[in-house]
Ligand binder design. Structure first.
Ligand SMILES: Cc1ncc(COP(=O)(O)O)c(C=O)c1O
Length: 393
């Protein structure tokens, strides 16, 4: 047989690992039937009025490219939504970009702002896309371990990390409400972080606020309100309107930066899907509170989870937003996160994500996504109780 040619491909890519979440999901997928508490997507349907708007867009033959940054009506709706909800002020024409999900918003942002060799501060644990995109940009991730600060990035942690570096970082990526821990900041905390970051005026702030509509007992406070000039706000409709498959993200960024972002966005995707953009106009205009019933359901599920985990004496940080809970492995059991989750999936047919999928600081924890039915969650908790008790015997 002819030996395959060894092509010299892009090292930034060949060195990348497939997301550990996907790897774990594949490994346990043969265990059927399986209750999956792994997925980061709402289990609710997209609201009907949004679906109707998309159908109307198709029937009206809105099947052409939009302007690069998106149809102006969508950008106006996004700007008005951000103003009403988060007190943000971004010019629709020059400071709002519609993207293919928050994923492309993050890729466009990082590919635009980073040069090879730049340092980028990233919390650990964190959503693994940040690490991949920084590495694809030939930049260097610098992790801020939040396991000692209740999974919160604090002003002290930022300052301590910057002091440890041999040159100033180019950017910091922040995510609140947080995947995988569900933590978020209140107003005073956002102001404190904004103040600290303002003392590093050359450092760009990528603020991933994709879960902003899922804050349980408070109002989401955006860094874009308190640190406008340095901040690029990432958001989108995937979580707020149960639209993960529609692929609509948003970037809000001050004008000199957004002008450059548009060039990258154009080179990557030309423009976001036109049909999806028309659905987005409806969602952001007449569906400003579409997340409310989902939030009520998530909160109920969260409370059931906390109750079981606390009864089992597992350390949890109470999620204040998003739909994830990050719990510590039982202290009296010597096991890796991976073995703990794999064993649970194999024996009890419930999948949860091992914490190390979110970086080294996640080892010793597991993530439960509660974007699953209350019934499944209750069944899963009965099984988890049995599993942990058995391991303790
Ligand atoms: C923190 C965070 N940012 C961004 C994304 C990507 O969102 P989208 O589906 O809109 O690309 C996710 C998806 O799970 C996420 O958890």
């Amino acid at each position: 047989m002819k030996k395959p040619i060894q092509f010299d491909l892009n090292k930034q890519i060949t060195n990348l690992e497939i997301s550990k979440i996907r790897q774990f999901d594949d490994q346990v997928s043969t265990f059927e039937p399986l209750i999956r508490l792994t997925l980061g997507q709402p289990d609710f349907p997209t609201p009907d009025h949004v679906k109707e708007a998309a159908k109307k867009a198709i029937d009206s033959d809105f099947s052409f490219y939009t302007r690069t940054a998106g149809d102006i009506k969508l950008r106006e709706a996004a700007s008005a939504f951000a103003a009403a909800k988060y007190n943000l002020s971004y010019e629709p024409e020059t400071e709002v970009i519609a993207t293919v999900g928050a994923t492309e918003a993050l890729a466009t942002t990082l590919f635009t702002i980073l040069n090879p060799g730049d340092y980028v501060l990233i919390p650990s644990p964190a959503f693994s896309l940040y690490d991949s995109l920084v590495k694809m940009s030939q930049s260097i991730p610098v992790y801020m371990d939040t396991s000692g600060t209740g999974f919160m990035v604090t002003p002290e942690l930022i300052e301590e990390t910057i002091r440890s570096l041999d040159k100033p970082p180019k950017a910091i990526i922040l995510n609140y409400p947080n995947n995988p821990t569900g933590t978020t900041w209140n107003k005073a905390e956002v102001e404190g972080i904004a103040h600290t970051l303002s003392t590093y005026p050359q450092m760009l702030v990528v603020s991933d606020e994709i879960y902003s509509e899922l804050v349980y007992d408070d109002r989401h406070i955006s860094l874009g309100e308190h640190l406008r000039e340095q901040t690029i706000v990432i958001n989108g409709l995937s979580k707020s309107h149960a639209m993960t498959g529609w692929r609509l993200g948003l970037i809000f960024a001050p004008q000199p930066i957004s002008t450059e972002l548009v060039k990258t966005h154009q080179s990557l995707v030309t423009s976001a899907s036109t049909i999806t953009q028309f659905a987005g106009i409806e969602a952001l205009t007449n569906g400003q509170d579409d997340a409310l019933p989902m939030k009520t359901a998530y909160k109920k599920r969260r409370d059931v989870l906390i109750q079981t985990l606390e009864k089992l004496n597992l350390k949890v940080t109470e999620p204040k937003g998003a739909f994830y809970i990050f719990a510590a492995l039982p202290e009296d059991i010597q096991m890796s996160s991976y073995d703990f989750c794999y064993g649970f999936a194999e024996e009890y047919r419930v999948a949860m994500i091992p914490g190390d999928a979110f970086g080294a600081a996640g080892e010793g924890y597991f993530r439960i996504s509660y974007a699953s039915s209350l019934e499944d969650i209750k069944t899963a908790m009965v099984r988890l109780t049995d599993y942990v008790n058995k391991l303790r015997e």
